[in-house]
Every structure is written in structure tokens, then in C-alpha cells.
Design a binder for this molecule. Sequence first.
Ligand SMILES: Cc1ncc(COP(=O)(O)O)c(C=O)c1O
Length: 402
Amino acid sequence: MLLETYNRAPVTIVRGEGCELLDDRGRRYLDFIGGLAVAALGHAHPAIAEAVAAQARTLTHASNLYHHEPAGTLARELVARARMSGAFFCNSGAEANEAAIKLARKWAFRRGERERTTILACTGSFHGRTLGALAATANAAYQEGFGPLPGGFAFVPFNDTAALDSAIASRVAAVIVEPVQGESGVHAATPDFLAQARRLCDERGALLIFDEVQCGVGRLGTLFAFERFGVRPDVVTFAKALANGLPIGVMLANERAAGAFRPGDHGSTFGGSPVPCAAALAHLRLRDELDLDARVRARSRQLFDALAQLARAKSKVLGSPRGMGLLIGVPVLAPYDAAAIVAQAREGGLLIGSAGGNTLRFAPPLIVSESEASRAVELLATAVDRARQRWSTTDDVCSKRA
Ligand SMILES: Cc1ncc(COP(=O)(O)O)c(C=O)c1O
């Protein structure tokens, strides 16, 4: 039996096809959360399945004691596309951020700056559930009961450049920031905040880390989120969508930072395993072939327009959409409740997520079609109406809150 670390919906998924998931009763769902921003190319993409099967028949594991072709090729591809220097592979977003935090501290250590250990993160941040990543996560509810957390973490208000200026002092080894925060309710950084972070890190001798675990890998209409903002970090982390559903994480570091890790400094048994790397390589090839970035931008415009229109039509319940690309949040206005709309949407055949601040979260596959995007907004409109009917006819949590 699974430990109850998640509030799972009462649905058993048995199959995926493109932008749809099927349950054990044969019901189809339009998947607009994409396995939490993972299924960039949709579910069961034949080219990914073929790459995985071919690699599994050839070599599934060799360990990091040796070189192998899938990890080497993927590292070269990612480093070239990011214009960085080196890649470290692991298995998840939290691990990629752990690697980035460790790299930043080792980088300062190797420069003889042993007091420079602080990792500066932002309010609203989410960097993962391992202890180091959790210490950089500004969410008291996620941290509660897990102390003592590692020390050396501090926070600045997200998008507050003056606070950043005051906070980046001589003890700061790195600033870590999500270009678009997902968990906090889908909030984009301002280009100025990221540009100032870059300038201040250079000026004060700290590294700049972008956590692109959720907003990267094409979700904003560019492979790297940083390309949308025109600010280059020293270190960037990816996971989630990279292998389109297989576990993988990667930390990419530029010339300034990469040399801080030497043999024995960090590791992972499964990091850069051949099968996820083969899936990631197939993903990168496909995104080029499909011209995915142009598609993401077109679908993003369509969804932002349609959701803004829906918000105007249902202005008592929904606020204006926010976010970027295909990472979109729609605030649900008090006293109404995002979780109830998510549940009604699921009943109606649409899977969406919720995020902090009573927000609906949309992270559909990047291959989503125009008609699927229209259908999703129609299903959402119905879900909002159904939730409102329930709120008005039952004495539920929502009316009590009001
Ligand atoms: C921005 C960000 N960083 C890190 C993580 C952690 O990734 P994982 O769950 O793969 O450890 C997440 C997961 O949602 C995330 O959204």
C-alpha cells in the first residue's frame, strides 16, 4: 500500500494517448496538467517508446564508472544548446537542485571563500522535497516537522530588486530562482528582477542558479526559460519533461562554475542512465522536427485569450490568467475554491492542477492542438458552472468560508 504523501484523486489511470489519459473504466480525460509538466510530447509518443525500447534492448545500466554513448551525447547536446560547459545527471528536480546548491558552495570553497555558503532563494519558491532543496523552499507547511533543516539558506521577496540588492552580501554563494514559479500559483519573474540578479551576482561574486525544473524544457516556448528573459544564469536545472516521463534530472554549469566539481565530489548511481538519456535525446530531436517552440507560442496565445475571456464571463469566480507559454495559472476568487473546480473538471473529463494561492494550474503537453485547447476551455467553463451550482445548493466549505 502506498504511503499517503499525496491526495490522490479517485481515478486509476491505465493508459495514455497523446494529450489524453484513460482510466480503468474506459473514461477519457483531456490532460491539461501533463503529469505535472512532464508529458511535453504527450503520452506514449511512438518515437519516445521506440527510443526507450531500443535502448533497453542494448544497454540499460553501466554505472558512472564508465562512459556510455547516451549520456555523453545528451550532455553534449544540452551543453551546446545552453552554451554552457558541463552537465551533471541525476534522477529528479530536487536532486538537480541539490547538485546546484552543492556546486555553488564548492565553487566558493575552491576560491578560498569558506564563509561564502549562503544560498539566497525567493519567497514563494519551490525547489523540491529533499532536505537541501526543502531548505531553499519558502513554504512553511512543506518544512514543518522536518527540522532541523540544513542551515545557510535565506530568502528575499520574489521580484523585489531592492531587497535583492540588500541581501546579496559577501556570504552569499548563490542566488537560486525559478524564472516562472509554478507551485506558488504561477508567477513569472520580472525581466528586471532576473537582470538585476545577474548584475548583482557578478558584482558581488555569487553564482546565479535558475531552477527550470517546471518552466524549462520548452514550456515557455524556448528550450531554456532563460532564453525568454534574455538573462544567462551560471547554472540551470532541468528535470520533469526532459525524458518525457522517465526519471531524469540535469544540472548544467557554465565555464565559471563547472570546474568546482572534481572526481568524488558528487554522484548518483542511476544519474544519466542510458534509457532516460535515450528518451531525452529523442525528445530533443522531436522538438526540432515538430518546431515545438512555435507551436507552444501559438497555443499559449490562444489559451491566454480564451482564459481571459472566460475570466471576464465568470468574473465572480475566476481572475485573469497569468504565467507564460504553456505554464498558466488562473486565480480562483474567494470564497470560491480551486480544488472544487479541479474536481468538477475531472468529472467532466478535463485534468488540471491546482497551485498555491487558490490557483488553477495548466501545464498541458506542448503538442496540444488548437481544438484540444478550445475543448479544454469549454470543459473548464462547464466545471466552473457545476462547482457554482454545488456551492449555491449545498452548505459546503465555500459558503461557510464566505
Ligand atoms: C521548480 C521546481 N523545482 C524542483 C522541483 C522538484 O522536482 P522533483 O519532484 O522531480 O524532485 C519541482 C517539482 O515540482 C519544481 O516545480
